[in-house]
Design a protein around this ligand. Structure first.
Ligand code: ADP
Ligand code: ADP
Length: 230
């Protein structure tokens, strides 16, 4: 089964807004797929349905062949890492505690969680001894975002969902963070869905790009080269 599959997915919010009209999509293992489109076209709604933060009105969403609406919530958390703009780190928790969020939820032993946190901070280029006990406000925007990546990867998920993960970082730090993320991705090889409205970012990062219009209508789905007509 594909790591992510959407079948005729629709989302109509209670106020009548049809955010996603009828979307079908299959994403292959280990590829980084970018969802791009204008503001309000339904990108975040798609991610949030995959993550079950939003219930689809109709259709099916499968992770590794399993319907997310049937999946146990804790299991789903383990299989899906989620990174958002401004990361959403818990401000009153240290870096280690933030990175250990999902492992704690899963009941991993404390020592295992700590070792995993150290390992992941190393992986994202933050010295655990130096940064592990800091609080989010004691980090730069780029460092916070890296903690966000570490947290999302903590329980070794199948899928990584990222909603505008670079947009809160200043433009200079952004480029190097994007490059670092690609290096990280080359190591961990997750199936990634990245939402952005930045075409340069889409072309730089995406193995394939999904171009959406209002109502999450699929306009194009291809490699950057195909989309740029090369
Ligand atoms: P994007 O991420 O592409 O900017 P969104 O998925 O956030 O798009 O939004 C798609 C559409 O759904 C927009 O018209 C937005 O206003 C609407 N929308 C998003 N969330 C809600 C909600 N909770 N209730 C009602 N409408 C919503
Ligand atoms: P909280 O802030 O919620 O009390 P902490 O993150 O401070 O939780 O974790 C509890 C203690 O364990 C703290 O002293 C913290 O520094 C330490 N700790 C947590 N993870 C690690 C780790 N990976 N390596 C070393 N010490 C850790």
């Amino acid at each position: 089964a594909a790591p992510i599959e959407l079948r005729d997915v629709r989302k109509r919010y209670p106020d009548g807004t049809v955010a996603v009209d009828n979307l079908s999509l299959r994403i292959d293992a280990g590829e980084l797929v970018v969802l791009i489109g204008p503001s309000g076209c339904g990108k975040s709604t798609v991610l949030r349905m995959i993550n079950r933060l939003v219930e689809p009105t109709a259709g099916q969403i499968l992770i590794d062949g399993e319907d997310v609406t049937a999946a146990d919530a804790v299991r789903l958390r383990r299989r899906i890492g989620y990174v958002i703009q401004n990361v959403g780190l818990f401000p009153h928790q240290t870096v280690h505690t933030n990175v250990g969020t999902v492992p704690r939820l899963l009941g991993w032993p404390k020592q295992v969680t700590r070792e995993r946190s150290d390992e992941l901070l190393d992986l994202v280029g933050l010295d655990p001894g130096r940064y592990g006990r800091r609080y989010p406000h004691e980090l730069s925007g780029g460092q916070r975002q890296r903690v966000g990546f570490a947290r999302a990867l903590a329980a070794d998920p199948v899928v990584l969902l990222m909603d505008e993960p670079f947009s809160a970082v200043d433009p200079i730090a952004r480029t190097s963070l994007q490059r670092e993320f690609l290096r990280l991705q080359a190591e961990v090889r997750k199936t990634v869905v990245l939402v952005t409205h930045d075409l340069d970012e889409a072309v730089r990062m995406g193995d394939r790009i999904v171009v959406l219009s209002q109502g999450a209508h699929l306009e194009q789905f291809g490699t950057p080269a195909q989309l740029l007509g090369e």
